[in-house]
Design a protein around this ligand. Structure first.
Ligand code: GLU
Length: 319
């Protein structure tokens, strides 16, 4: 089986160091296994779309030496690689889930504010138990709807993560998340599963802010009868005071450092070590050496601390 990893950024601005590090690990893993590294632009949230942000992603990855084998500009067999150009393919998959009992139409007003807000306590959603003929009547009358995932009240869901091991969530703690919004577009939560499957992704490397949603993705894979990818959810990157790197402090983005005069090679070298160690005292790595040395089993579970002094030291050595 060919290893296929992907970087799936949303074009919402500059490239965050956390995202860049996920891209780096996905890239290293693909290269090390003679696999493919795929770039997918996730632009279905039109409200957050920033013009020019896609070019920033291309340029940053290229500057860093992370070339993709398939993507919007280079093509590939599993495209299109821009989510908005795929928008019509998701609804039939959601309807398939409705037909097999894993999803349902929801006509409630409150869901209008989805994706984030307006999540029902599951038991409260009156559409969960609507009779089939009533659903049909409302659809025929053209009532607006969303499609929600149906999570059982009982039981648990378990998935495996390379860093966190087996993760189990009680189903009662998972919400009946929206899969298709009123405008007919998929939510990120649905599109990532369908796309990762259709693009044959074998290893999903991303930030651990998705860890809590992963059981819901597992249930979607199971409902479709699809093989789940291996997951690698990378812990957050924080500053030395354990705060998330923030936009406000001007220390969160790749471009913040390049503008201050840091070299790309030094930044990539240091970033690789925020969250991973080679198991010996080596500190300097070219990209090729990283490909060679990288080992998923040596990724840390604890948040990675981004130490600017250390980066500055690396940068001086590189100069
Ligand atoms: N579009 C998501 C983001 O930018 C991607 C998360 C993922 O890799 O699945 O956060």
């Amino acid at each position: 089986m060919q290893v296929r990893t992907r970087f799936a950024p949303s074009p919402t601005g500059f490239l965050h160091l956390g995202g860049l590090r996920s891209a780096l690990y996905a890239y290293l893993f693909a290269r090390q296994n003679n696999g493919a590294f795929i770039l997918r632009i996730e632009d279905t949230d039109q409200e957050r779309f920033v013009p020019g942000a896609t070019e920033v992603i291309y340029n940053t990855l290229r500057d860093c030496g992370m070339n993709w084998d398939e993507g919007p500009d280079v093509g590939g067999d599993r495209g299109p690689y821009i989510q908005s150009q795929r928008k019509d393919l998701y609804l039939p998959y959601a309807v398939q889930l409705v037909e097999t009992g894993h999803a349902y139409y929801c006509f409630c007003e409150k869901t209008e504010t989805e994706e984030g807000g307006g999540v029902f306590e599951r038991a409260e959603d009156p559409c969960r138990g609507l009779a089939e003929d009533e659903v049909r009547r409302r659809l025929d009358a053209g009532m607006p709807y969303v499609i929600r995932q149906r999570i059982p009240d009982e039981g648990t869901t378990t998935f495996h993560d390379e860093i966190f091991g087996d993760v189990t969530a009680p189903n009662k703690d998972l919400d009946d998340q929206v899969l298709i919004k009123r405008d007919g577009l998929p939510t990120y939560n649905f599109a990532n599963v369908v796309d990762d499957h259709l693009m044959g992704i074998t290893h999903v490397v991303r930030g651990n802010e998705y860890l809590s949603s992963a059981p819901k993705y597992t249930r979607l894979y199971q409902a479709f009868g699809w093989t789940e990818p291996e997951y690698v959810h990378c812990p957050l990157i924080t500053d030395e005071e354990h705060h998330k790197l923030s936009k406000r402090d001007g220390d969160a983005y790749y471009s913040d450092y390049i503008e201050k005069g840091y070299l790309t090679e030094a930044l990539i070298n240091y970033l690789a070590l925020v969250g991973w160690n080679p198991g010996d005292d080596r500190e300097f790595f070219t990209m090729d050496e990283l490909v060679e040395a990288f080992d998923v089993s040596r990724l840390n579970k604890a948040p990675g601390i981004f130490d600017v002094d250390k980066l500055t030291w690396f940068n001086a050595e590189y100069i």
